[in-house]
Design a protein. Sequence first.
Length: 240
Amino acid sequence: MKKQVLIFVLALLPLCAFALGGDGSSRHKDKDHDPVFTGVSGGVTLHLGYLFSSSPDQLFSNGNLGSASDVQNLPKDGVGLGAGATFRVHFINHIHLGAEGHMSLMPLMKSGSSVRTAWAGAYCDYFLNLGIVRPLLGLGVGGGQMKRTFVPDNAEPVKIGDIYYNASYTKSPFFYLDPYVGLEIGLGSVLALFIKIDYMLPFGYSGSKLTASDINWGNFMTPSGPRLHVGLLIGSMGKK
């Protein structure tokens, strides 16, 4: 599954490059009818997603979660929810170049355990104009940080050195690739309903400063999974 997603991501890169490059002579010939810059838009979104890891140890980034019997009852997946904002510029009435930022919370157990994720970056997508409906396909790149809090239900202290701990907290920086598909539905000349499904792929190394050597397939981080984003966009939406 991971390799299939990576192949899909790599296939999007030449698509964005081709869309941005295109046929220069054709655009020059028709520049009076099809301007390069066709609008700007932005707005806020809410998201809901299903995120998962292969094991509780990987989810919490903690190899000292307890006995084997305790660990097998801990969660390794859950529901993440949050919000974000986006701003983009439209080109040749088919390309969006933009920037975005999001925050997401994945609550776990009743003890207060959770995974909080914040990320921001740039994106490019290609869209079609089908009346008031605009399907799109794109890719985002950027960075962020996961903050993992693990509080066991029994909260029994564990001695590490001279200190007793009954919880763990880690910060994990990451680089990400974010392939997505989406749909816009025009609600007027300056307003649109925006729907997007993405699958963010974070790469990093838990509890360290992120370096170039950390960005490789072997350091793929979890939890990860699909998210559904829904929001309203305001701005100049270009030609219909």
